[in-house]
Write a protein that binds this ligand. Structure first.
Ligand code: ATR
Length: 277
């Protein structure tokens, strides 16, 4: 479809954005849906985020994706922040309505739950251990608390885990903190999820000693490729999943928010996988 005077634009604001898989994923969706929309990534310097947001509104962009380092700092620049984004303390998706009103959403938590569902994993009634208490952890914990029997958070910096569990406690009774990863504690969980950045870089230590895992556990990683943790857990015969599904489904939900239509999930998945080959 040719670009013309009525082509709409969705923009990604980040710094840097060169590594992002989102343009390929979202343009594949818009193309398949036959929508006159394009998705472009912009490197917005942190000091210029406000100007960029004002520009996006003035130029009538359809919406935004927001990534590091703007996910938190954009919040006071918006007219409204949806509750899930307020809890996480970060926005990844913005809609801009006809009157120029900017609304911040966060699709990470719901995207994670949709990815579990797509993998045939049901978190309902399960005991889940989440390692890490940064932004990604916050997003998935809030969604997991809605259906899991228990969500336990462990973090290197215990204070931050305590803070997350306290915040979750406002709405949920099933969030707990665990202060050490020992065999007795870890054995009690049905699912163990790495939400730390360990595994992103070669040579990173494992987020958890795999000797603590037991048969029957599901092991997940929010990093979107097979990490040493997942390789080891898979080698032990455990069911594993990586963060590719969460990346895909947060994008599916964002696309649905901008366009009002369910996007073609398989076309988006294919576009992501192609970039990974
Ligand atoms: P994200 O948005 O990806 O969640 P983040 O908010 O910076 O990123 O959170 C990173 C998480 O990885 C934190 O839980 C962090 O632990 P601390 O709170 O103790 O910093 C965890 N993390 C990062 N490097 C780590 C390491 N070397 N060992 C253990 N945990 C680590």
């Amino acid at each position: 479809m040719e670009i013309n005077a009525s082509t709409g634009l969705v923009a990604l604001f980040g710094y840097p954005t060169g590594h992002s898989l989102s343009p390929a994923m979202h343009n594949a969706a818009f193309r398949t849906m036959g929508l006159d929309l394009r998705y472009l990534a912009f490197d917005v310097h942190p000091g210029e985020l406000r100007d960029a947001v004002i520009g996006a509104r003035a130029m009538g962009f359809v919406g935004l994706n927001v990534t590091v380092p703007h996910k938190e700092t954009i919040m006071p620049m918006l007219n409204e922040v949806r509750p899930e984004a307020a809890f996480i303390g970060a926005v990844n998706t913005v809609t801009i309505n006809e009157r120029g009103k900017l609304i911040g959403h966060n699709t990470d938590g719901r995207g994670f739950m949709k990815s579990l569902e797509a993998e045939g994993i049901d978190a309902a009634g399960k005991k889940v251990l989440v390692i890490g208490s940064g932004g990604a952890s916050r997003a998935i914990c809030a969604s997991l608390c809605e259906c899991a029997a228990e969500v336990a958070v462990y973090n290197r910096t215990a204070d931050k885990a305590a803070r997350l569990v306290m915040d979750l406690g406002i709405n949920f009774k099933n969030a707990v903190q665990i202060e050490s990863l020992n065999a007795e504690a870890v054995r009690g969980y049905d699912m163990v999820i790495n939400a730390t950045s360990l595994g992103l870089d070669d040579g990173d230590p494992l987020p958890i000693d795999t000797g603590l895992l037991r048969a029957g556990q599901i092991v997940g990683d929010l990093i979107y490729r097979s990490t040493p943790l997942l390789q080891k857990a898979g080698g032990m015969g455990l069911c594993t999943f990586n963060g590719m599904g969460m990346l895909l489904w947060q994008g599916v939900l964002s696309s649905e928010i901008w366009t009002g239509q369910m996007p073609p999930v398989e076309a988006m998945r294919e576009a992501l996988l192609k970039r990974f080959q």
